[in-house]
Design a binder for this molecule. Structure first.
Ligand code: HEC
Ligand code: HEC
Ligand code: HEC
Ligand code: HEC
Ligand code: HEC
Length: 162
């Protein structure tokens, strides 16, 4: 029994380490399930894929205020949002998906191959607090590149192209 229990506990610990039960505590309790799900706002409304297309970006407080100048103005999180906006400070969102700067990655190059947001970010529109749902480690990139017959050579992801 004992001998089996230890590896079993190790596996549970590993699973917990890889998939945190909940995402990071954000400075404002923004919910994708409410905005992208219930209110059906388009991802591109807040995540514009500006040229040259690498980033999706995180919206500014001003973008939020286009609605929240009028919506729910007396709710505490919205007052906090207003404070950021009025003091011209950006909201210090805690990043969920991030890769090191020595890896080259372009959103546009991937969406042009037909990859969807969901394939790499999971079920955003039904999630309140985002957490990492997919594997964006080198192994995760490689798995899809292998499946789609995309290149696997080291320089492909580790050297800039132009
Ligand atoms: C297109 C309009 C729109 C935009 C843009 C928008 N929101 Fe909202 N937001 C709403 C609506 C509608 C509600 C729900 C109000 C209700 O419960 O009646 C809401 C609710 C919220 C709440 C919950 C407030 C509470 O305590 O009840 C928070 C927090 C919030 N929004 C933050 C944000 C942030 C941060 C942004 C920018 C990233 C943003 N919103 C952008 C329309 C918008
Ligand atoms: C009203 C604005 C708004 C809309 C609409 C919206 N988002 Fe977001 N998104 C945000 C904000 C604000 C954050 C930063 C806070 C957070 O992580 O929840 C964010 C964060 C993210 C992140 C994590 C980025 C990181 O690395 O930290 C992903 C992935 C994402 N959004 C995908 C989507 C997808 C997919 C959709 C459409 C289904 C969508 N978003 C719609 C405002 C929006
Ligand atoms: C092929 C996988 C893949 C697809 C498809 C994808 N993403 Fe991402 N996304 C990533 C990776 C990897 C990062 C981290 C990038 C970094 O740190 O430079 C990221 C980062 C982000 C961020 C954080 C801000 C930024 O620009 O780095 C947002 C927001 C985001 N993605 C939204 C989206 C949305 C919306 C879609 C669909 C239109 C989408 N992503 C499609 C892999 C993907
Ligand atoms: C959903 C599957 C999928 C995932 C996940 C994925 N890729 Fe890709 N990637 C592709 C496909 C398909 C291409 C296009 C290959 C071609 O043009 O022959 C591509 C192309 C690229 C390119 C070339 C882009 C350009 O500018 O031409 C780079 C660099 C790249 N991927 C890096 C990454 C990195 C880094 C990750 C992980 C963070 C990743 N990919 C995850 C499918 C994927
Ligand atoms: C499809 C894209 C892709 C290809 C191809 C690729 N890498 Fe990576 N590599 C990544 C990503 C993404 C990371 C960052 C992983 C993380 O976040 O820790 C990484 C990280 C690394 C690191 C940092 C150490 C580590 O493991 O975290 C080394 C070293 C490395 N890669 C070497 C290589 C070599 C050698 C090759 C060729 C055999 C290669 N890579 C091919 C995407 C790629």
């Amino acid at each position: 029994m004992r001998l089996l229990l230890i590896p079993a506990l190790l596996l549970v610990a590993l699973a917990l380490a890889q998939a945190p039960a909940t995402g990071p505590v954000q400075p404002i309790p923004y919910s994708h399930a409410l905005h992208a799900g219930k209110l059906k706002l388009k991802c591109a409304m807040c995540h514009e894929n500006k040229d040259p297309g690498e980033l999706m970006g995180i919206p500014t407080a001003a973008k939020c205020m286009t609605c929240h100048q009028a919506v729910k103005t007396d709710a505490e999180p919205i007052q906090k949002l207003r404070t950021f906006f009025e003091s011209k400070r950006e909201i210090p969102w805690v990043r969920v998906y991030q890769i090191p700067s020595y890896v080259f990655f372009s959103h546009r190059a991937h969406t042009e191959t037909g990859a969807t947001c969901q394939e790499c970010h999971g079920s955003v529109a039904t999630t309140d607090v985002l957490k990492r749902e997919t594997d964006i480690s080198m192994g995760g990139c490689m798995t899809c590149h292998r499946q789609k017959k995309a290149p696997l050579n080291c320089t492909y992801c580790h050297e800039p192209r132009n």
